[in-house]
Every structure is written in structure tokens, then in C-alpha cells.
Design a protein around this ligand. Structure first.
Ligand code: CTP
Length: 409
């Protein structure tokens, strides 16, 4: 887990960084790194003047995304247009914000990309001014700042001290760590900020021959809904999905797998970076002992398939050292609670979520579910509700139990 609770608020956030043309632009490179270190997804817009101070290539390498430069570039607009960029952002921070950019923001100009996006976004906007101390003190700049502050734009700094131009006074841009902390503080804290969550979902498919397989009716919906809810709660979320036809939830990293063996391999790869594991997958318990290389032709009236046990993935997780907080699911048709309690103990789970798949309209292929949460702290039944709503409720319960085991420093 990331240690600093303030910075955990940046986990999973989409930060749009605008860089205007001032010497302080060199500090923007470090700002990108800081924001990304705290788990934010960062995209960069540069004004043409900014490219005279630092190259787009540097910021592309640090942010991991192409830098946005022009309003009227058809290729860039096709990839991610300025309105899309404005919608994408959870926050726009302009650092450095030069006297010119502040003036243009105050005027509401839309004749270049940065100020156009600032006009178009509904996200909060922050500016970190950087300029010569006389320019900063000038009544025109101060009037522009007042206009911006009155519109709810957050002003960060500037600091006082010696300046690149040789003068001393107010106008230096704040240092990158300071800006990153202030940006983090603009966000509310969430239940799973900075927690690394791995979720398995869907069925697995066990090949019989090149055209046939054994599988089950799991739709993957519960796991996908939990992944969405975990990401919305601030978790870095990895979703290891068997073959299902569901779109990847936003801010979730998806790994597609087919068989139980593939799923186990993907889980083992993810485990070193996992604080909280949730196994919703309906892993096939058995696979054909041998996979025929060619399509099996029909001959006799009966055909026997020898099956062999698949590894129990979640039990491997609870045997790992260090082990993540582990939550399992138990889909049962009878003696639901008794089986679920036993499974929790046998698999050494911190929590198990039991559901009765014999009841029509809930569970496997349906959009609703009703469950009982079983942990060492007791049992809690939740009424039937849509899986999306249930996912939010479960993430709440899981986050509570997780934070009792991992109190914040
Ligand atoms: N599970 C797993 N790997 C398996 C089987 C199950 O990780 N090979 C996980 C599931 O993702 C779930 C929990 O274990 O979180 C319970 O799954 P379930 O299928 O109900 O239990 P089984 O161990 O398969 O028991 P049974 O089929 O006998 O009910």
C-alpha cells in the first residue's frame, strides 16, 4: 500500500496537467512523476510556448501518453478530442500558469487547446502561478487572479525566493511535491484509496479437444460489478476474467484468461502486488485429463472422459506469504450457510459471501443477487438487489473489514 494517506487520494484519479510557457516548466516533469507515483493517471497539455522550455517527448515518456498540443490537429482530435479530454479529467491543474495564461483564462479564451479545455471541463481547476515578481505584483495579474478565484479556480502559491531572472520576491512556482499534495487534498478520501485489489471473475473453460470444452453458467457480472465498485472506491483494480462478454469497467486493468490453469498463472503474477483478493470466479473444479489434439469423432454410443482436479486458486492465495486479505464466494444449492462456513475455514478465507443459486432470479446468470456475508466478526444477510448495488454494499463491508486489519499509519 502507498504509505501517505493524503496522496492515496490520487490513486486512480485522472489528472490533466496543463503546462504553459515559463522556465518553471522543467518542474512539471517532476510533477508528472509524483502524481503517477501516487497512482494517478496523468495526461499533459502543453502550450506552444511551453515546448520552448521542455520537450513534449519528455512529458510523453513520463506520463505514458502522447502530449496534447494543438486545438486544430485532426490526428490528435481523432485520438482524443478536446471535449473528450475535458470530460476525461477529474481535475485540471495548470503548472506553471504564466501571467499570459492566467490572463487568457480570466478572459475565457478558447483559441488554443489549454484554455479551450479549461473552458470545456466540468472538473475542478487549479493553477500554480510562476512568473517574475513584478509581473506577479502587477495589478493586472492580481485582478485576473481575483477573477479566477471568484470562479472557484484554486490558486496554489506562488512561493517567494530567488527567481530565474535574478530577482527576489513572490512568483516562484511551488515545488512539485507541494503541488502534488495540494492536488491530492482537493479530492475526498475514499474507502479503498491506494489499496491494490485483484478480482477473479467469470467461468473457466477446460478444453476437451480443439472445438469442445467444459464450462459453467457463470456470467461474470458479480465480479465485474465488484471491480467497478472497487475502482470507484479508489483501489488499483486488476480483474482476471474468464471468457465472458462484458465491457471492462473504467479504471480497471483487465487480464483475460481461458482455463483454470491460465487463471492461476495470472493470479500468481498479480499476487506480489495484491493487498486484497476477491475470488468470484466459478473455476471449473475438473478438467479433461488429456486434451485431444484433433477433434474427437463420434463412434461408440457412450463416451467417457477422464477428468482431473484443477488447483484451488483461492487456497493458493491464502497460502501465499505475505497473504492478502482474502474474500471468497460460495454458490450453493442447499445447506448454503453450513457449506459456506466450512469453505471459509477450509480455504482460510477472511470473509466468504454465500449465495443460494437454487432460488430463481438470483445468482449465476441473473442481474440480481441476495447474499450472506460471513466473517470472523459474524454474519450479515443482505436482501435481494441488483448486482451493481450489491457490489457497492459488498465493497463497503469488505473495505471495513480490511481496514480493521490494516489501520492507516
Ligand atoms: N475457487 C477457486 N479455485 C477453484 C475453485 C473455487 O479459487 N478451483 C474459489 C471460488 O472463486 C470461490 C470459492 O473458491 O471464491 C468457492 O468456490 P466454490 O466453487 O463454491 O467452491 P469449491 O471449492 O469448488 O467447492 P464445491 O464445488 O465442492 O462446492
Amino acid at each position: 500500500m502507498v504509505a501517505n494517506p493524503v496522496s492515496q487520494r490520487l490513486s486512480n484519479r485522472r489528472i490533466l496537467l496543463g503546462i504553459a510557457g515559463g522556465i518553471a516548466a522543467y518542474k512539471s516533469a517532476e510533477l508528472v512523476r509524483r502524481l503517477r507515483d501516487h497512482g494517478a493517471d496523468v495526461r499533459v497539455i502543453m502550450t506552444r510556448a511551453a515546448t520552448e522550455f521542455i520537450t513534449p517527448m519528455t512529458l510523453q515518456a513520463l506520463s505514458g501518453h502522447p502530449v496534447h498540443l494543438d486545438l486544430l490537429d485532426p490526428a490528435a482530435e481523432a485520438a482524443m478530442g478536446h471535449i473528450e479530454l475535458a470530460r476525461w479529467a477529474d481535475l485540471l491543474v495548470i503548472a506553471p500558469a504564466t501571467a499570459n495564461t492566467l490572463s487568457r483564462l480570466a478572459e475565457g479564451r478558447a483559441d488554443e487547446l489549454l484554455t479551450a479545455v479549461a473552458l470545456a471541463t466540468r472538473a475542478p481547476v487549479a493553477v500554480a502561478p510562476a512568473m517574475n515578481q513584478a509581473m506577479w505584483a502587477n495589478a493586472a495579474t492580481q485582478a485576473n487572479l481575483q477573477t479566477l478565484a471568484a470562479r472557484g479556480i484554486r490558486v496554489m502559491g506562488p512561493a517567494e525566493g530567488s527567481q530565474a531572472c535574478g530577482e527576489v520576491g513572490a512568483g516562484r512556482m511551488l515545488e512539485a511535491p507541494d503541488i502534488a499534495d495540494r492536488v491530492a487534498a482537493m479530492f475526498e478520501s475514499r474507502l479503498l484509496d491506494g489499496v491494490r485489489v485483484v478480482i477473479t471473475a467469470g467461468p473457466t473453460r477446460e478444453a476437451i479437444d480443439p472445438v469442445r470444452f467444459i464450462s459453467n453458467h457463470s456470467s461474470g457480472r458479480m465480479g465485474f460489478a465488484l471491480a467497478r465498485a472497487a475502482a470507484a472506491a479508489g483501489a488499483h483494480t486488476t480483474l482476471i476474467a474468464g471468457p465472458v462478454h462484458l465491457p471492462t469497467p473504467e479504471r480497471v486493468q483487465r487480464v483475460d484468461v481461458v482455463s483454470a490453469a491460465d487463471m492461476l498463472a495470472a493470479v500468481e503474477t498479480a499476487l506480489p502486488d495484491c493487498d486484497l483478493f476477491i475470488g468470484t470466479a466459478a473455476v471449473a473444479d475438473y478438467r479433461p485429463a488429456e486434451v485431444a489434439q484433433q477433434k474427437i469423432k463420434k463412434q461408440a454410443e457412450t463416451l467417457s472422459l477422464a477428468l482431473t482436479r484443477n488447483p484451488d486458486i483461492i487456497s493458493r492465495v491464502t497460502q501465499a506469504s505475505p497473504r492478502p486479505f482474502t474474500v471468497g464466494f460460495a454458490a450453493e444449492t442447499n445447506d448454503v450457510l453450513a457449506y459456506a462456513r466450512n469453505k471459509r475455514e477450509a480455504k482460510r478465507l477472511d470473509m466468504i459471501i454465500a449465495n443460494d443459486v437454487s432460488v430463481p432470479g438470483i445468482g449465476f446468470e441473473s442481474t440480481e443477487n441476495a447474499v450472506t456475508i460471513i466473517s470472523s466478526h459474524g454474519e450479515q444477510s443482505l436482501d435481494r438487489m441488483p448486482k451493481e448495488q450489491l457490489a457497492d454494499t459488498l465493497i463497503h463491508a469488505i473495505a471495513d473489514a480490511y481496514s480493521q486489519q490494516h489501520p492507516n499509519p
